[in-house]
Write a protein that binds this ligand. Structure first.
Ligand code: B12
Ligand code: SF4
Ligand code: SF4
Length: 473
């Protein structure tokens, strides 16, 4: 909706009201909007829209003395764009809902572009406690991450959209590296952005005006969960995920920051009640308090954003997760009852890497080119080749995967990345057996990197000791 103002003469009956009220139009009037007076003779209408769209009202916060205009004649025609559609924020909100649903979004909500105060405060506490780990993009000041206007100066509303990615559950006993559900299919950043761009174009057409918008999902420094909660998409669960009473929490949040005035939704409400299953079930104890996740301990961080080694003391707890983690969502009663399979084919298991990685195959990827060819277009490129191989080493070690030993031996001997060699050594130490011990002994003589030498020594000690091994060749 374009904004502008139009001068009108308060010729007929103009009643002063104590609160902002709607503008009741006579058929001959061209604009709807909020009227306020400038002294005796002039009244200005702002946020108007064209009558031909048939909107009945437009209400706004009190700016000046509010008026109820029951009849008036229009002197000017606003910003002159007479052919452009202008609609009230309520109607624009209705159109948004309709188009967003047609585009496949499961949840639609709107909030104003004001700073997210509570979210910003909680973010600051989280950062100060060191829980942002080394994610550079999460160390930005709360004033930036909590303020949509820092992303787009002309922002008036934040449209928050939810799209279910739930692809079903992991098949049992596949013995591979487990992939979190949100990453089974194609790269959601790309897929959703395309639909957001199309949605914006559709809105421009439907509303007959140009819309300045920033469209993104999980890509820009904004507290998306906080904005989505304000926009009514759901409530914060104890696992810190946003939960929607109708579809649970397996959904992405996508945003359109726009220069439109849209009627905002009421905040999302709900409760975990007495449940604390996620806090009890988290394998690493990462949920430190209700709604507070320490990224340093979270398997999702350790296997995706972390560029360094997975701390030795946490490796066993990572289990077979090779990319991300769903435990705190799997145990959630909201998901058990409400999760329904995504209607977006791009997020199905067949569209990307699927629920499990074939560990020996991934461990055989020796260079970035091959890695790109295998995983391009999926979220699994995020940790990079070395990061994903590191994760597969840990999963192999925890699964006691004898069939991965030859690939691990090659990683230890040949891989250019010290991160991979070190974790391969660890995995061989966990799996144990003659071939693993032999490869570790050989590597002890060949390895130059201190951190790897340490891993090799500890792995040999682990093999020598009968305690603490998770499997045998
Ligand atoms: C950094 C990040 C991570 C980090 C840190 C996670 C975390 N909990 O902070 C790591 C890598 C661990 C991670 C993991 C995951 N992530 Co992530 N992540 C983000 C990112 C980029 C920022 C999150 C953030 O701001 N964290 C800082 C903390 C302080 O913020 P917060 O957890 O949102 O906490 C808010 C609440 O405390 C809230 N709040 C305000 N008032 C109140 C009141 C109460 C009572 C409570 C409880 C909370 C509350 O305000 C805070 C600020 O918004 C967002 C995208 C984005 N730009 O927002 C995606 C995002 C949160 N991630 C997402 C997903 C899908 C995941 C995973 C499920 C992926 C996976 N399967 O492995 C896991 C879930 C782990 C978990 N339990 O959170 C989705 C979540 C969708 C949803 N329905 O909630 C998002 C929104 C991406 C997207 N656009 O869809 N993620
Ligand atoms: S994603 Fe996994 S590790 Fe992270 S908080 Fe949830 S259960 Fe814990
Ligand atoms: S598992 Fe229970 S406590 Fe955790 S988010 Fe779900 S309902 Fe809330």
């Amino acid at each position: 909706m374009r904004r502008g103002h139009v001068q009108i003469q308060p010729r007929a009956r103009v009643q002063h009201r104590p609160v902002v009220d709607e503008l009741v139009l006579q058929p001959q009037n061209l604009f709807y909007g909020i009227a306020f007076s400038h002294g005796q003779n002039t009244t200005t209408v702002t946020n108007f829209c064209h009558q031909s769209y048939g909107y009945k009202e437009a209400s706004f916060g009190p700016i000046f003395a509010p008026l109820r205009v029951e009849s008036f004649s229009v002197k000017g025609r606003g910003d002159g764009a007479t052919d452009e559609a202008r609609t009230t924020r309520r109607e624009a909100r209705r159109v948004l809902e309709e188009r967003a649903r047609a585009a496949g979004f499961d949840l639609v909500g709107v909030t104003g572009a004001e700073p997210l105060k509570r979210g910003g405060e909680r973010l600051t506490e989280w950062q100060e406690a060191g829980m942002a780990a080394d994610m550079g993009f999460m160390h930005r000041p709360a004033g930036l991450l909590a303020d949509p206007k820092r992303l787009q100066k002309s922002a008036r509303s934040v449209v928050s959209l939810g799209v279910s990615y739930y692809p079903g559950d992991h098949p049992a006993d596949e013995g591979g590296g487990r992939v979190a559900r949100y990453a089974w299919g194609q790269d959601y950043h790309v897929v959703i952005k395309e639909r957001l761009k199309a949605l914006r174009a559709e809105l421009e057409e439907a509303l007959g005006c140009r819309i300045k918008a920033r469209a993104f999902t999980d890509a820009v420094p904004l507290l998306e969960r906080s904005a989505a909660q304000h926009a009514g998409l759901g409530f914060f669960g104890r696992n810190s995920c946003l939960i929607n009473g109708r579809i649970g929490s397996y959904f992405f949040i996508a945003d359109l920051i726009v220069d439109l005035d849209l009627e905002p939704d009421t905040e999302g409400e709900g409760t975990c009640g007495k449940c604390a299953r996620c806090m009890q079930g988290c394998p690493t104890g990462a949920i430190k308090a209700p709604g507070v996740v320490d990224a340093r301990l979270c398997i999702s961080y350790l296997t995706i954003e972390n560029r360094g080694p997975i701390p030795r003391e946490l490796r066993a707890k990572v289990g077979d997760w090779a990319f991300g983690c769903d435990v705190c969502q799997e145990v959630c009663p909201y998901n058990k009852r409400k999760a329904t399979v995504s209607s977006w084919p791009e997020f199905s298991a067949g569209a990307g890497a699927g629920p499990y990685l074939e560990i020996p195959e991934v461990l055989g990827i020796r260079d970035d080119e091959e890695f790109e060819a295998r995983f391009a277009g999926t979220p699994l490129t995020r940790p990079g080749r070395a990061g994903l191989l590191r994760n597969c080493c840990v999963a192999a070690g925890n699964l006691g995967l004898g069939e991965a030993v030859p690939a691990l031996v090659r990683c230890l001997a040949e891989d250019e990345s010290a991160l991979v060699r070190g974790h391969a050594a660890w995995a061989l130490g966990e799996i144990g057996g003659g071939a693993a011990a032999e490869a570790l002994e050989a590597a002890l003589g060949d390895e130059a990197e201190a951190s790897c030498l340490e891993e090799i020594r500890l792995a040999l000690e682990n093999i020598a000791s009968p305690v603490g091994k998770s499997g045998l060749e």
